[in-house]
Design a protein around this ligand. Structure first.
Ligand code: FE2
Length: 374
């Protein structure tokens, strides 16, 4: 796709131009069953696989897609394996966020010069469909960023993966792309990781929330949203702030055993349809107190969507100067209260739902109390 003039001007100014998110890799205890959940509940399509049948002896990986979203779910086939160790410590969760670049070699020297901790040197993978170049660096906790150059690759995912036919299980729900991915870090570490994204990856501070924006009498959090130059990649970084009880961020850090990806926001352009489908396919969302909807229309004014449908589905709305957004949060998708999802539809607003933080925190704490962790 040809770049617009202003996009290419932005790219030239950046030392690390990113074309977007390439894939998110999860490490799971049972990748086959996790893939089944993402296919039937979230509607993703299984498109490729690697494992013993394709000559990989120590692990199996399932590649799932919907719109521009690509997830890879990997499991270890034996103990004493880095994937098994990761699952032992963190439970199922995000191991890596892969970012697409036009030139992996240039990206490598850019981030290395700027102090990135290199986890794997640039490698070239080839098969009959072409060539992919990639390398990885460390981010917060055990999370990694992999950089992928794939302009000369026409295969389904990466060399070594077998493409699969149409997926009879997939039930698409209208999910289009990743809007943002949030990391939780320990108290006092937010600024350090915001600075990492600024210095090493050339991101800028996009928005900032403090504990006055996001707090209840019990718990609070602070967040800095970091974004790349073209705004396609947004990484909010959360840290817990002081509260009377354990915050949801501390609960996450406790159960994940350290920093990691807290939630992934998936964009739709018809949130009522998407959430109706996801609910009927078994995705569990946070319960929003009905009082939220009584106060809603005076807070946000006129919107296109019928309020009764939003209330029935539990969808939240927030407005700012640029427009409004609709969003909803799932419960954690693992038994450990760690990773969850947000479904978001933007109607002009480029915010993150600041006006909903209060209502959300109340809902999250109710869940936390039910788990005995508040
Ligand atoms: Fe979010």
């Amino acid at each position: 796709m040809p770049l617009l003039a202003e996009q290419s001007a932005t790219l030239q100014q950046e030392f690390l131009p990113l074309l977007g998110t390439d894939f998110v890799e999860f490490y799971a205890g049972n990748a086959r069953q996790a893939a089944h959940y993402y296919r039937t509940a979230f509607g993703m399509r299984l498109v490729a696989y690697q494992g013993p049948e394709t000559g990989i002896r120590d692990r199996a990986s399932y590649v799932l897609e919907q719109g521009k979203i690509r997830f890879v779910i990997t499991t270890a086939l034996r103990p004493n394996h880095p994937v098994a160790d990761h699952v032992y410590r963190h439970g199922d969760g995000v191991h890596g966020i892969a970012l697409r670049v036009a030139d992996a070699k240039a990206a490598y020297s850019a981030v290395k010069t700027r102090g990135a901790r290199i986890l794997s040197e640039p490698t070239e993978l080839r098969d009959q469909s072409g060539v992919v170049r990639m390398f990885s660096i460390a981010a917060y906790g055990e999370t990694v960023h992999t950089f992928v150059e794939r302009d000369q690759y026409e295969g389904v995912f990466l060399p070594g993966y077998s493409p699969l036919g149409p997926d009879p299980l997939s039930r698409p729900a209208g999910l289009k792309h990743i809007d943002h991915m949030v990391g939780n870090v320990a108290k006092g570490e937010m600024n350090r990781w915001a600075a990492f994204y600024e210095k090493v990856l050339g991101f800028r501070l996009y928005q900032h929330f403090d504990d006055h924006d996001i707090s209840t009498p019990y718990s609070a959090l602070m967040s800095k949203v970091m974004a790349n130059g073209n705004g396609r990649v947004k990484f909010p970084i959360n840290e817990p702030a002081d509260g009377l009880k354990k915050s949801q961020i501390e609960e996450y850090l406790d159960f994940y055993q350290g920093p990691g990806v807290q939630h992934i926001a998936l964009a739709t352009d018809d949130i009522i349809d998407t959430v109706s489908r996801l609910r009927s396919q078994g995705v569990d969302f946070l319960q929003i107190p009905s009082a939220y909807y009584e106060a809603l229309s005076s807070r946000i004014g006129k919107i296109d969507e019928p309020l009764d449908q939003l209330a029935r589905l539990g969808i939240l709305v927030d407005r700012d100067d640029e427009g409004y957004l609709l969003q909803i949060f799932t419960k954690p998708v693992e038994d450990r209260p760690t990773l969850f999802y947000e479904i978001i539809e933007r109607k002009g607003s480029q915010g993150f739902g600041k006006g909903n933080f209060q209502a959300l925190f109340v809902a999250l704490e109710a869940e936390q109390a039910r788990r005995g962790n508040l």
